[in-house]
Design a protein around this ligand. Structure first.
Ligand code: FES
Length: 281
């Protein structure tokens, strides 16, 4: 039996054009008719949002990876953003995405790059490490690869500054830069759990996936209580009080996407974990 060809798929701009065409027609109608159309639109959108919320809730535990893959599609992502069911990635997440993008090229030459600090509103400091730190072409590497990737992912960043490599002091007496503090070692952070720490008025919640560490304010987005005693499973931390769930890799709140955990910049160097203490608890 000859299989029917798959139905033609439509692009995001095709679909948006349809909406714009009908919107232009409705704008010619009298205000009363426009009001009826608006209410119909809101009722349909409410139905879609409720269905999407239930869909996300039911698949997030079993198939978080599939959900993440689905949101790579621009139409799916655009619809979920429209209904406020996913949030835009934070500046730090976009910076990490940019560095992850250039990392394979640098690592191919025994080099790497690390994020040193974010100086709001428009500057980031990065450090080339390994072979890149003393390569004569490192300035070129910085501007052509690292800076280009950062500016593409983070258009609000205008200045990418390279800071020189300095051996990391392993003492809390001598933090490497202002506001950066040595908080613990990589080995102290459990792979499948979280570590809570208090430092200079900051309540920190650290988690890690292999050598990658995240640090958040240890406070539930719901009522601000510490969440380190919550159950941690498959990278999802559940608040012990009313069950808000947080993805530890990103800090995203799966229960209420508009209220993620508050992140702190993190740097791992020589197995030591440094956190930039920004803002006060
Ligand atoms: S305090 Fe965390 S869910 Fe209510």
């Amino acid at each position: 039996m000859v299989q029917a060809p798959p139905p033609p798929t439509r692009t995001l701009s095709d679909l948006v054009e349809d909406i714009q065409r009908y919107t232009a027609i409705v704008e010619q109608w009298d205000p009363q008719q426009q009001q009826v159309v608006l209410q119909l639109k809101q009722a349909i959108e409410a139905l879609h949002k409720e269905a999407l919320t239930r869909l996300i809730r039911s698949v997030k535990q079993e198939a978080m990876g599939a959900l993440r893959n689905a949101t790579q599609d621009e139409i799916v992502y655009g619809l979920l953003r429209y209904h406020e069911l996913v949030k835009a990635p934070s500046l730090q997440q976009r910076l990490q995405q940019a560095l992850d993008e250039v990392r394979p090229g640098l690592q191919g030459h025994q080099g790497d790059v690390e994020l040193v600090s974010i100086r709001l509103p428009d500057t980031v400091e990065v450090r080339l490490v390994g072979a890149c730190s003393h390569c004569p072409a490192s300035q070129l590497t910085l501007s052509e690869a690292v800076e280009t990737a950062i500016k593409r992912h983070c258009p609000e960043i205008e200045h990418v500054v390279e800071v020189a490599y300095q051996p990391v002091a392993l003492s809390t007496e001598a933090p490497p830069e202002p506001n950066w503090r040595l908080v613990t070692s990589l080995a102290e952070i459990p792979e499948q759990g979280v570590l809570d720490l208090k430092l200079e008025g900051h309540k920190l919640l650290l988690s890690r996936q292999g050598g990658t560490v995240q640090c958040f304010r240890n406070a539930c987005s719901h009522l601000g209580v510490p969440i380190d005693s919550g159950e941690c499973e498959h990278g999802i931390l559940t608040c012990p009080y009313h069950g808000f769930q947080f993805e530890l890799k990103t800090g995203n709140c799966l229960t209420a996407p508009a209220v993620p955990l508050q992140p702190y910049p993190v740097r791992v160097s020589n197995g030591q974990v440094f956190v930039q203490l920004i803002g006060l608890d």
